[in-house]
Design a protein around this ligand. Structure first.
Ligand SMILES: *[C@@H]1O[C@H](CO)[C@@H](O)[C@H](O)[C@H]1NC(C)=O
Ligand SMILES: [Ca+2]
Ligand SMILES: [Ca+2]
Length: 161
């Protein structure tokens, strides 16, 4: 077989493997609340930026939380579907990277309106905490500002079709 054929066959095999992986991701989107679907990534850990990119690649976006009801829905996923043990973290798209001290959802551009901070958070720890994650702080779950380069699980969302 000529070299070009080998390359072609490899290309076809690879693209098929990729689309298989993608359809597997799509099938894992089983959580729905109001007008959104959610993909819960509880195996892969990534920093804030890579979590953001990962969701975009799925045609989705990193989690935003519009109101207390949606917060409770996500909290229930953490409590019942994944092992969100003490110390666990999970990224949302909330960040004050654009303006220190003012948090917005990076995925939608809107301000973070709900107040779900854990006690003493956000504390801008080490002067370098700019991304919002869910954090299980010894049994209490809530928001924490965390270093964006930390790795954590994450949830992608998309408007329901
Ligand atoms: C966070 O820390 C940085 C670096 O020390 C500082 O410039 C910034 O003002 C702090 N943010 C807040 C809200 O205090
Ligand atoms: Ca900050
Ligand atoms: Ca913090």
């Amino acid at each position: 077989m000529s070299r070009i054929c080998v390359v072609l066959v490899l290309f076809i095999v690879c693209t098929q493997a990729l689309s298989l992986a993608e359809s597997r991701h799509k099938r894992q989107v089983t959580n729905q609340f109001r007008n959104k679907n959610y993909y819960v990534e509880s195996l892969i850990k990534a920093n804030f930026y890579n979590a953001f990119l990962f969701c975009q690649r799925l045609g989705m976006r990193l989690l935003t939380i519009d109101n207390n009801e949606e917060y409770d829905y996500i909290l229930n996923i953490l409590r019942t579907q994944i092992q969100f043990k003490p110390g666990s973290k999970l990224w949302t798209s909330g960040t004050d990277l654009a303006q220190e001290g003012t948090f917005h959802w990076m995925s939608t551009g809107f301000p973070v309106l709900i107040n779900k901070w854990l006690p003493k958070q956000p504390d801008n720890g080490s002067g370098n905490e700019n991304c919002i994650c869910f954090w299980n702080n010894r049994g209490t779950i809530g928001f924490n500002d965390e270093q964006c380069t930390d790795v954590a699980n994450f949830i992608c969302e998309s408007p329901k079709l």
